[in-house]
Each structure stands twice: as C-alpha cells, then as structure tokens.
Design a protein. Structure first.
Length: 276
C-alpha cells in the first residue's frame, strides 16, 4: 500500500512538472515587434539587442524586410508595434491615426564589392552606364548595374540628381539583361556575389550589417554624415518611426532608449546622424 501511494505521488509530480514545462510562459513578459525598410534593419537589430540586455524581460524582435509601405500598412492593423520607413506618411496614411517621427539620417550611396578597385563615380558616368553608352570599368571588366523597382526610395533619390539621370534610369528599366533586386538586402547580396556589379544602398546598412562592400565617392565627394550635413553630398536617406495612435508604455520606453545618449551613439557608429 505504501509503495502504491509513493508511485501515485511520483506520477502526480511527473505530470505537474510536464504541465509547468509545457505551459509556463517565456521569461520575457512583453514583446516588441519592429519591421519595415531593409536599410534600417541592421542598426535596429543592434539597438534591440542593447535594449534587451538592459531590459531582459522585454524581447524586441526585428522582422525581415517588409519595406516602408509594408510597415505603414502593418502598424495600424497591429501587425507590428513600430514601423521603420524611409519616407513620411501620405495624407491618406496618416488618416489611420498613425504618425511618422524622424529619428535618423544616413547617406544613400552607390556601392561596389570590396573585391572591386573602383572607389569613385560621377553623375555623368551613371547616365552613360544606365543608358548603355559605357559598358566597362576602367580595367576593362563588364559593368553590371543592379536596378530596383521605380518606386524604390533609392531609385527616386538617384533620379533627383539630374534630369539626364532620371531619363537614363527609365531607359535602364527597359533594357534586357540587367540585374534586378526587389529588396535592400537582395541588392546588397547581389553587389557582393556578382563580380563588377554596383548598386544603390545606404551607409547605415553597410556598416550595421558589416557587409563586404564599400561606398563610392560621388562627383568627388565621399558619402559621410559630415558631408551630408554640410550639403556637399546630395543623397540623404531619412528614417522614420511609424507609430500607432496609442503607444504602450514598454514601446515608449524603447523609443526613449533610441533617443538616449547610448542609443544615439549606436546610431552614429553605424553611419547614421541625428536630425536637428
């Protein structure tokens, strides 16, 4: 009888332990989901890791790229807590109650693989490359431009450099055989993996993701936060937080961390600068 009672007690403890193991919630009590433009993801992952280290009960998840428009659609639907966008809201988008708060800027850059010696390009050369007038680098290797969809922010910025470049990019869209990338990360992957290619990305993405590519000088000017602030470098990417109408306290706390001296330092180390 005593043996049977012990056996029942052991079985009861076993099932109780199994129940607690299977149904006990994770250590963190809240989760912050962040998603949006691929150019901002690397830096945001670094910020999220630093914040989680200081607040282990809060898990910050940075999702793969869903683009600026994807973030703007997801926030009011509750799909993510914080959206990352490279553009402000349109009037119809702000009507949902969401808001856009600029938190950083970074140079938009023309980049090549570290295996490529080229480190400078001009606006006129870009025109000739996109139209097919120039097809080879100075070393004789075939140039492989990587193009994006017309609505991409990087593409829009390039078009604004000159009317001739705008027309040249539109011509490139119709040329057969050019490389195409649908996301920021895919564009960088192709720069890395396709010999003699070049594409448009951001300094923040290159530095935060430690990609083996480098930014080229444009018309003799090196793309840095300092040259952007001085106005000598013309391509600037703006990063916005897309926020819901009602912001939970734990999300507000993360946003405050990004604006703190520690958060600003992480932004600056990864090629960003803070808007004044």
């Amino acid at each position: 009888m005593f043996f049977t009672s012990n056996k029942r007690l052991t079985l009861s403890l076993f099932w109780l332990t199994l129940f607690l193991f299977c149904f006990t919630p994770p250590a963190w009590s809240v989760d912050i989901k962040i998603g949006g433009t691929g150019n901002a993801l690397g830096t945001m992952q670094i910020l999220a890791a630093a914040y989680h280290e200081m607040n282990p009960d809060i898990k910050v998840t940075v999702l793969p790229s869903i683009g600026s428009s994807g973030a703007i659609r997801a926030v009011p639907r509750g799909g993510i807590d914080i959206g990352l966008s490279s553009r402000p809201l349109k009037e119809t988008e702000s009507a949902t109650g969401t808001s856009a708060v600029e938190y950083a800027r970074t140079p938009t850059v023309i980049a090549v693989s570290n295996k490529t010696d080229n480190d400078s390009i001009t606006t006129d050369q870009l025109v000739d490359i996109y139209t097919g007038k120039i097809t080879q680098w100075p070393n004789g290797e075939l140039i492989r431009p990587i193009i994006r969809q017309p609505g991409d922010d990087n593409t829009k910025q390039l078009k604004q450099l000159s009317p001739a470049l705008k027309k040249a990019i539109e011509i490139a869209d119709t040329r057969a055989g050019l490389l195409f990338a649908s996301t920021d990360q895919e564009a960088v992957d192709k720069i890395i993996n396709t010999p003699n290619s070049f594409g448009v990305t951001s300094l923040a993405l290159i530095l935060s993701e430690k990609r083996p590519i480098h930014a080229m000088k444009l018309d003799g000017v090196e793309p840095t936060p300092e040259t952007c602030v001085s106005g000598s470098y013309p391509l600037i990417k703006h990063f916005y937080f897309i926020l819901p109408k009602t912001i939970p306290d734990h999300v507000t706390d993360f946003l405050s961390f990004v604006k703190s001296p520690a958060g600003k330092l992480l932004l600056e180390k990864n090629g960003n600068y803070i808007p004044q």
